[in-house]
Ligand binder design. Structure first.
Ligand SMILES: [Cu+2]
Length: 282
């Protein structure tokens, strides 16, 4: 919540983007409100002038209206006026774009379990914090579930990385960068309180970020019709204190390692059975 929330009435906030989760969402919201207020002032002035003219110059018996052919000063005035407003909006937008696109550094009390993910991306679109450190999570859109893959692969080929489905757990006061991809069709990642909407496109990477200061649950939903299970494709971001996040991540790693160990035993057993001819059509 930026200070615009205090200045503007609550009814106006109802019509503006959700915010309060991450600075980029707050900056999108305040930019939207600046444009909205300027547009409202112009709207009221135009409708007011129109209403005034309708009443003042309404048809009366015997009245003959003034015959006007152009007004150079007025025409130059509204052309220059509109151009000035357009330029002002463009300048304000570009001045604020950096705070929306560029992730800041994590706070001092953010998670320490972050750094380079060990993967280099050849992309000009991917923004990192000034110190280059963020918790990088790969968001995989898949019919019909979101998967979140964390750094910390145990194998050189990237396998064995901790992951979760539907609920992304993140540390507070930590800059989280997202690498958004798709395993099948186009999906759209959108947790409104944490910033803008980004598509998950097969064969392509999209990048965004957020930084949450308040622990809590931020909800979202796949924002692009991706098939008949689309409505169930929900996403939740749960922000917890860094220590709690590190414990959660360690637990996920343990669960995945255990499941992989079980699978290895099951595979060996199955292989032995196949060898003994006990399983047909394995
Ligand atoms: Cu989807």
């Amino acid at each position: 919540m930026g200070h615009y929330h205090e200045v503007l009435p609550a009814t106006l906030a109802f019509f503006t983007p959700q915010s309060g989760g991450s600075p980029n969402a707050d900056n999108i919201d305040s930019l939207y409100k600046i444009v909205l207020v300027i547009a409202l002032v112009i709207f009221i002035a135009v409708i007011g002038a129109l209403g005034y003219a309708l009443v003042k110059f309404r048809a009366r018996k015997g009245a003959s209206p003034a015959q006007i052919r152009g007004n150079t000063r007025l025409e130059i005035g509204w052309t220059v006026g509109a151009a000035v407003i357009l330029v002002a909006l463009a300048v304000i937008t570009f001045a604020r774009l950096g705070s929306i696109q560029d992730p800041p550094n994590s706070s001092a009390d953010g998670a320490s379990l972050i750094g380079s993910s060990g993967v280099l991306y050849a992309s000009a679109d991917r923004k990192l914090p000034p110190n280059g450190k963020s918790l990088n999570i790969t968001v995989v859109g898949r019919q019909y579930i979101w998967q979140f893959v964390y750094p910390g692969a145990s194998e050189p080929d990237g396998l064995g990385a901790p992951y979760s489905y539907e609920e992304m757990v993140v540390p507070t006061n930590t800059t989280v960068t997202l690498n958004i991809v798709s395993a099948d069709v186009v999906h759209s990642w959108w947790v409104p309180q944490l910033g803008g909407k980004f598509q998950a496109v097969p064969g392509y990477h999209n990048y965004t970020w957020f930084k949450i200061s308040k622990p809590g649950i931020y909800t979202g939903q796949c924002a692009l019709l991706c098939g008949r299970g689309h409505a169930r494709m929900i996403a939740t971001v749960k922000a917890v204190p860094p220590a709690q996040f590190e414990a959660w991540l360690a637990y996920q790693k343990k669960l995945i390692a255990e499941a992989n160990a079980d699978a290895k035993v099951a595979r060996a057993k199955l292989g032995a059975q196949v060898g003994a001819g006990q399983v047909e059509n394995p």
